[in-house]
Design a binder for this molecule. Structure first.
Ligand code: NDP
Length: 257
């Protein structure tokens, strides 16, 4: 039996609550156990997969599921605000699953357990955001000119630019063949240790403002909880490893945290 209408609406609300709870619990757990990939990668969490392959496959559902839902059509999928907002989400994941993996330089392998969790998260959230925008989110005429939409859209765009620029800085810290770590400098790294995470958090809060849906807000909060924990681990790791690490740098939110 296919779930639709009010039942599916209820399901999306439950999944959104689930996303917030998942973000909160993971964020708290990650205060004690570092997220097992990248510099904290460990064989205890399963067979290691090459970083490029893991990133490409695990992020793909957040690209394919919304595209598939849009192709099937839905009550709101033809409206321009919905098309544009779904386009923002899909563009991010097209970059993350098709371009970002090709650019990685000597990234540490991803344990199988972490890979599976990321894959499930991307399928879950791809369905949540995709279905919300293709079938339920309704906007008044003129929404694309509304200050809420414009502010959110600019936040999304600036956040994505900061995220991509910061990942570019990190990548270029290594010469071909190098696998070690250096102090990142320039761009938003002058203000925070987790500049790429700050960009990603800004991006999804901007998206949530432009969407004005419960589903997009849940995703932004989940991103905040998870990435602020990872940024805190990186910050403490840098302070421990590098004596000359800039002491005025915050963790992830410039001037605040
Ligand atoms: P990291 O900052 O941990 O690492 C990014 C890349 O840069 C890795 O290849 C890493 O290598 C390398 N790197 C990091 N720091 C240094 C350094 N000091 N010197 C040299 N190389 C360095 O980011 P993540 O891998 O956690 O995340 C990658 C992207 O995915 C980010 O843009 C992030 O925002 C996004 N993301 C989004 C999530 C969400 O919930 N929406 C969740 C997780 C990530 P190595 O692998 O060897 O450590």
């Amino acid at each position: 039996r296919r779930v639709s209408g009010p039942e599916e609406r209820r399901l999306l609300e439950l999944l959104s609550c689930g996303l917030v709870v998942l973000g909160l619990t993971s964020g708290l757990l990650l205060r004690f156990i570092p997220m097992p990939y990248g510099r904290y990668s460990s064989r205890r969490f399963g067979w290691p997969l090459p970083a490029r392959l893991a990133w490409a496959l695990q992020e793909l559902p957040s690209l394919l599921v919304p595209v598939g839902l849009a192709a099937c059509g839905g009550a709101t999928s033809a409206a321009w605000p919905n098309r544009l907002l779904l386009g923002c989400f899909v563009l991010h994941y097209a970059h993350r699953s098709l371009i970002f993996p090709l650019l990685i330089r000597a990234g540490k392998p991803t344990p199988f357990f972490t890979f599976v969790l990321a894959l499930l998260f991307c399928a879950y959230n791809g369905y949540l955001q995709g279905r919300s925008l293709t079938n339920y989110a309704k906007y008044p005429s003129g929404w694309l000119k509304d200050p809420l939409f414009i502010t959110g859209f600019i936040g999304w765009l600036v956040g994505m630019a900061i995220n991509i620029h910061s990942d570019h800085i990190l990548r270029n810290l290594r010469k071909p063949g190098e696998t070690g770590y250096k102090i990142p400098r320039g761009g938003m790294f002058e203000y925070v240790s987790g500049a790429n995470f700050f960009g990603e958090i800004l991006e999804w809060f901007g998206f949530a403002l432009a969407c004005c849906t419960f589903e997009s807000l849940a995703f932004a909060l989940c991103t905040l909880f998870i990435l602020s924990s990872r940024a805190k681990q990186h910050h403490e790791w840098y302070l421990e490893k590098f004596e000359d690490y800039p002491k005025c740098r915050k963790i992830v939110i410039p001037f605040l945290y």
